[in-house]
Design a protein. Structure first.
Length: 153
């Protein structure tokens, strides 16, 4: 009976995150006699990005939220790398042998255009994603402490 109760809780978590399962090629497999599995499959490269065993609804929720967090980390890195690449492209025309104030004024104006374009392009998606993720995570407990490895404390 306890196993059936936990299976019901697991299905409730899967329903809670149904949008996640609809957006990503991910699913769960509930074992009748053995372990349950959560996976995220990459169709393009035909491999499992995540394939993890879980026992409880809480563990499943952490796996789902963890993959969402990883996706956002990757998004942050890509957005920053893209912006940095555009900034670096501006440096190609700099004459290192002599100082040209007009170049630096032009470069700053172009950087501001790049940042404005990037902000306009990503702002709605990023803001909505960040708000949603913060809302999902607001009640999470970390066992009384934050995970190890946070160097910003």
């Amino acid at each position: 009976m306890a196993k059936e109760d936990e299976a019901g809780k697991i299905m409730a978590v899967a329903e809670k995150y149904s949008d996640y399962f609809n957006e990503w090629h991910s699913d769960i497999a509930i074992g009748r006699k053995g372990p349950n599995f959560f996976y995220v499959y990459n169709d393009q490269y035909r491999y499992f990005e995540v394939f993890e065993e879980f026992s409880t609804a809480e563990e499943l929720e952490r796996l789902i939220i963890g993959t969402m967090a990883e996706n956002m980390e990757v998004f942050n890195a890509v957005a920053l790398e893209s912006t940095q690449k555009m900034f670096d492209d501006l440096d190609i025309n700099e004459n290192v042998g002599s100082y040209d104030p007009d170049f630096h004024i032009y470069k700053l104006l172009r950087q501001m255009e790049i940042m404005t374009g990037q902000l306009e392009h990503w702002s709605e998606l990023v803001a909505g994603t960040y708000r949603s993720f913060a809302n999902v995570c607001k009640d999470l407990k970390f066992g009384g402490q934050k995970p190890d490895g946070d160097t910003n404390e």
